[in-house]
Design a protein around this ligand. Structure first.
Ligand code: ADP
Length: 368
């Protein structure tokens, strides 16, 4: 007869593909029941009920438990971790929440993700930021794409950030009144390559959220690295109210990867705001964005054409929405930004401003 311990040992080989640790170590093995004939029943606890990688666990648990001598059948069932268990999972991963007050003055956090690199995620982030700023919103961009950081190039913002009197990092002022911070701003050389491992990446992102003095922002846009569930999980824990915007190209392959990125976000209960299709036109066709939006049952926020003008503007470090607001690509970005504004809570700025703010300048000479 197989023992509980043997099964548990075998289940150590079942790795959560996003957290990259064994389900035993993560405390996700809820129960192991072994019946007389050698049939094993395993209950695995998931982070959310609609977990898209359920099938992965079903197969891996059946395979690993089934490899133990004496096991005649494996049956896998699922339940969901309680809030207390999720908190303890976060502790296992060494990840707490942000301290109270961090980002307190930021109204909306938007994560821009694509799953796959090269689909124009950074281009979309930079131009959406500039478009939102052009319509009077206070906007910051956090470049969390630590491997392929390109926000500094696209927003033409290089150099080293200053540190405030209370030792907070001050974001740099980019074109179009957008504040930005990127890993590039902390590197010795501009094109220095860095290899980040999971825990370091988590620490860097946490520090960007905790130690940067973003001040009052209507929108903080986060340019996500391609395809890591790990970063999505980090952000979901640190910023449970953030919303996800998915960028895809019209092609089928990009759409499939984008869908996986969206499913990861769903796994951690991050709200999906909508899809942006980028690079539509003669070369790549169109329709992939609408298709994905329909599949996920979320709005298509915009369709950005593939244009030479947009590429040139990005390479020159000037978002096209600033230099040529009437260009077809700019119009598409403004359209998408209006969709975002409509879908996110807005403060009425005048009421939000503390009384007396804005009165400055030289005091009038007064009679004694
Ligand atoms: P990602 O962030 O997804 O890796 P980028 O935003 O860096 O992708 O874009 C990759 C390249 O494609 C850049 O050179 C960018 O200027 C170009 N690009 C992105 N979107 C468009 C577009 N709609 N039309 C023309 N070029 C684009």
């Amino acid at each position: 007869m197989p023992t509980d311990n043997e099964i548990r040992k075998a289940l150590e080989r079942v790795i959560d593909p996003e957290l990259r640790r064994s389900i035993v170590e993560l405390g996700m093995v809820r129960a192991i029941d072994i019946s007389d004939g050698g049939a094993v029943h395993v209950t695995v606890s998931l982070t959310t009920a609609g977990c898209p990688i359920r099938n992965h666990f079903t197969e891996a648990v059946a395979r690993e438990a089934g490899s133990v001598p004496g096991v005649t059948a494996v049956d896998v069932a699922f339940d969901v971790l309680s809030d207390a268990e999720k908190a303890s999972l976060q502790k296992t991963l060494g990840r707490g929440t942000l301290p109270a007050g961090a980002l307190a003055q930021v109204s909306n956090v938007l994560c821009i993700g694509s799953g796959k690199g090269g689909v124009g995620k950074s281009t979309v982030t930079a131009n959406l930021a500039a478009a939102l700023a052009a319509t009077g919103r206070r906007v910051g961009v956090l470049d969390a794409d630590v491997w392929g950081y390109s926000i500094p190039r696209m927003l033409g913002v290089h150099g080293r950030p200053r540190v405030s009197a209370d030792r907070k990092i001050l974001p740099l002022d980019a074109v179009g009144d957008v504040k930005a911070i990127s890993i590039e701003h902390f590197l010795e050389g501009r094109d220095q390559a860095i290899t980040w491992r999971g825990p370091m990446l988590h620490k860097a992102i946490r520090q960007f959220l905790e130690d940067v003095e973003w001040g009052q922002l209507d929108y903080l846009l986060i340019d996500l690295p391609p395809g890591t569930g790990d970063v999505t999980m980090t952000l979901a824990q640190l910023l449970p109210h953030s919303k996800f915007v998915i960028v895809t190209t019209p092609q089928d392959a990009a759409q499939k990867v984008a869908r996986r990125a969206a499913e990861t976000a769903m796994r951690y209960d991050i709200e999906l705001l909508g899809v942006i299709e980028n690079m539509y036109g003669d070369i790549f066709g169109e329709g992939g964005g609408q298709h994905l939006a329909d599949e996920l049952d979320i709005p298509l926020l915009g369709k950005i054409p593939l244009t030479e003008a947009l590429r040139r503007a990005s390479d020159a470090g000037r978002p096209i929405v600033i230099d040529d607001p009437d260009a077809p690509a700019s119009q598409a970005f403004f359209h998408a930004s209006r969709g975002i504004i409509a879908a996110t809570p807005q403060d009425i700025r005048v009421l939000a401003e503390p009384v007396g703010a804005g009165i400055s300048g030289t005091p009038l000479p007064m009679a004694p």
